[in-house]
Ligand binder design. Sequence first.
Ligand SMILES: Cc1cc2nc3c(=O)[nH]c(=O)nc-3n(C[C@H](O)[C@H](O)[C@H](O)COP(=O)(O)OP(=O)(O)OC[C@H]3O[C@@H](n4cnc5c(N)ncnc54)[C@H](O)[C@@H]3O)c2cc1C
Length: 452
Amino acid sequence: MVKVKIKRKNLTTGGEKKNWITWKWIVIGPLIAVLLATSLYPWLHSLQLSFHRSSCRCSQDSLKYTGIVEDCCCDYETVDSLNGDVLHPLLQELVKTSFFRYIKINSDLNCPFWLDDGKCRSPDDCRLLYEFPEYFKTPSLHVVPTNDLICQEGKPEAAFDPWTNDDETYKDIILDLQLNPERHTGYSGPSARRVWDAVYSQICPEYSSGNSCPEKKVLYRLMSGLHSSISVHIATEYLLDEKTSERGANLQLMYDRVLNHPERVQNLYFTFLFVLGAITKAGPCLEEAQYDSGNRTKDLKVHSLIRKLLHNPKLQAVCPLSFDEAKLWQGQSGPEVKQQIQNQIRNISVLMGCVGCDTCRLWGKLQVLGLGTALKILFSVDDQKQPHQPMQLQLQRNEVIALMNLFNRLSESIKSVADMGYSAATDALVLEHPVRGVILIQRPREPWVDHW
Ligand SMILES: Cc1cc2nc3c(=O)[nH]c(=O)nc-3n(C[C@H](O)[C@H](O)[C@H](O)COP(=O)(O)OP(=O)(O)OC[C@H]3O[C@@H](n4cnc5c(N)ncnc54)[C@H](O)[C@@H]3O)c2cc1C
């Protein structure tokens, strides 16, 4: 009896112990896991970032629009979420500020190559609306140099290395970009075609004989990305009814001109990341700049928005390097490449004067100036090879305005493409049409600048 009792007692005690141990692990286990995760997170995160920085690999196996953007360090999904959550809202606010919404341009917008024969469907959409804000009479950007970076925006020396020859000195028309949006104007036909052909032939001489660019030239990808973005804006703000001036989405056009061409979508994302990379590199300079619009409160707001953009934690965490520069130039960098690209972008800027619709020409010029500025920044930063040599980055006010407005336009296009729910994982593209309901479409298998 005693033995049995003892055994029972032992058995009971052992069971309790087991239960206790089980309960202990149920309670303590997750706590330990949380503690471990918290302490290891920074290390794992930095490991992941350093992997990102050093490898920057593009997954060749991944489906288009779901893998890494070619030669870049961010995947499509990351770009979409970063743009939608952070960049797009900030940029929308930024371009509405007095400093960024006005641009000074040269009144002499002639085409030196051929007589302009372009026409818009609706003349109203081509005509520019003018504004003249007081602050343009005051001097442009003032910049305080930092320790290791000399930013000389708006100073006369800046005119020594213009990438597009859009020297502010000769501009005498001030335009409100918010009053003159880039959208469908009906400008098309041989005139528009001739300009696009001339742009691509400028970059790839083979283009005029019906061949595509043999190599993936950076400038070709940038212009193609800009072309995609313009087409997206035409499609999203299409003039549906001339009589009522009703505007809305033309999804078929969006699909035909952009979404149906994977290369064009890729180039759009590439251009967006390229410009983001330039803005990030010019960060210290952009942060130091004094954005002078004559209204101190509004200027402080601009400064705060710029800071929010540059120091956004999400941007720093998920996309610290937007593209892989070494991979991009593939050993082509150096003075010759810089000179060649600089000449090409200058010629493209001049070609923009041949666009036969005022609004389209304004945005064409502005965005090419923005691309020229991005290239100028990246090459300026690249020039800084010798240690202890302060970097010279000279930006004019128009260049900064063009850069940010270009970035905003690209951001809008990326958002439109993402909002369409276009996914390479599906074989069909389902588009919501505001008037005609849902359409199901089968997806196929497959200044550096001169005159204004
Ligand atoms: C600088 C510029 C700005 C313009 N801005 C406006 C505007 O704001 N509003 C407006 O309504 N119209 C604008 N247009 C006109 C517009 O871009 C088109 O040219 C027009 O709508 C006719 O289109 P399309 O179908 O003939 O093809 P286009 O867009 O003219 O394309 C011509 C050819 O270029 C190739 N191509 C097209 N897209 C790409 C790409 N992303 N990458 C590489 N190759 C490509 C194709 O072979 C295509 O056939 C602009 C034109 C130019 C040159």
